[in-house]
Design a protein around this ligand. Structure first.
Ligand code: DC
Length: 225
C-alpha cells in the first residue's frame, strides 16, 4: 500500500490525545482520525441491538452488518454508523466500557485496522489510538506516546464532566479508567504499548492539550518535515 505522511499518537484513555491530535492536524493542515471512535461505534451497535458483546461469536457475526465512515465536517470529525451520525452517542460511560471490550476481539481489530490503514494511505494524517505506531501505521514518520498517571486522568475527567453539568464521583471514574487501562494493556492482540521509536511525552504536570500540540509541532519542525 502506498504510504503517505503520518503522525501516530498513542496512549491510555483520558490522557488528552484527541484534543492535542486535533490541534496538531489543524496547525499542520493534516486530516485528523480518531480511531477510538470506530471501536466505540462498534460497541454502540452491540448495545443498540441487544447483542452480548462478551460473546465472541455473536460479536463477530455482527461485523458484516456494520459499516463505519469517518467524515470531516468543517474540521470536526463525525462518525457514521451505517450512514447514521453517532458522533455524540458514542461518548457515554457505557460505550467507553463496551469499546474496550470489543477492541480485544481479533476480528473486530482486523476489520477496523484495515480501514484505518486505507484511510492513511497516501494522505497526510494525524491518527490517534492505542496501536497506531506499533501496528496500524508502523511506518509513521512521527510517533508520539502520551502518558499520565490514572489519578490525574481521573481528576481531569471529573472536572470535565462537572463543567458539562454532569457531576460524577471520582472513585467511580478512577475505577473505570483503571479497568479500561488494564484491558487495553493486557489484551492479546495489539495491546497498548509504546513503540520503540516513539517519543514519550507526559501530560502529568498539567500540560494542556495546547502545550502537548506545540511539543508535537516542534518535533515536526525540528525534524525538518
Ligand atoms: O480512545 P478511546 O477512549 O475513544 O478508545 C475507546 C476504546 O477503543 C479503548 O478502550 C481502546 C480501544 N482502542 C483500541 O483498542 N485501539 C485503538 N486504535 C483505539 C481505541
Amino acid at each position: 500500500m502506498k504510504k503517505g505522511f503520518a503522525i501516530a499518537i498513542d496512549g491510555p484513555g483520558g490522557v488528552g490525545k484527541s484534543t492535542a491530535a486535533r490541534l496538531v492536524a489543524q496547525e499542520l493542515g493534516m486530516a485528523y482520525i480518531d480511531t477510538g471512535a470506530m471501536y466505540r461505534a462498534v460497541a454502540l451497535y452491540q448495545i443498540e441491538n441487544g447483542i452480548n458483546m462478551y460473546n465472541d461469536e455473536k460479536l463477530e457475526r455482527s461485523l458484516k452488518d456494520i459499516a463505519l465512515e469517518i467524515v470531516n465536517d468543517g474540521g470536526v470529525q463525525k462518525i457514521l454508523l451505517n450512514g447514521r451520525d453517532v458522533t455524540d452517542l458514542i461518548r457515554t460511560q457505557e460505550v467507553s466500557e463496551g469499546a474496550s471490550v470489543v477492541a480485544a476481539n481479533l476480528r473486530v481489530r482486523e476489520k477496523l485496522v484495515a480501514q484505518q490503514k486505507q484511510m492513511a494511505a497516501a494522505g497526510r494524517v494525524v491518527m490517534d489510538g492505542r496501536d497506531i505506531g506499533t501496528h496500524v501505521l508502523p511506518w509513521a514518520q512521527i510517533k508520539i506516546y502520551l502518558d499520565a498517571p490514572p489519578e490525574i486522568r481521573a481528576q481531569r475527567r471529573v472536572l470535565e464532566l462537572e463543567e458539562k453539568g454532569q457531576p460524577e464521583d471520582y472513585k467511580h471514574i478512577y475505577a473505570g479508567i483503571v479497568a479500561r487501562d488494564k484491558r487495553d494493556r493486557s489484551r492479546k492482540h495489539n495491546p497498548l504499548i509504546q513503540a520503540e521509536d516513539a517519543v514519550y511525552l507526559s501530560t502529568a504536570q498539567n500540560e494542556s492539550p495546547k502545550d502537548t500540540a506545540r511539543d508535537i509541532v516542534n518535533i515536526y519542525e525540528e525534524r525538518g518535515y
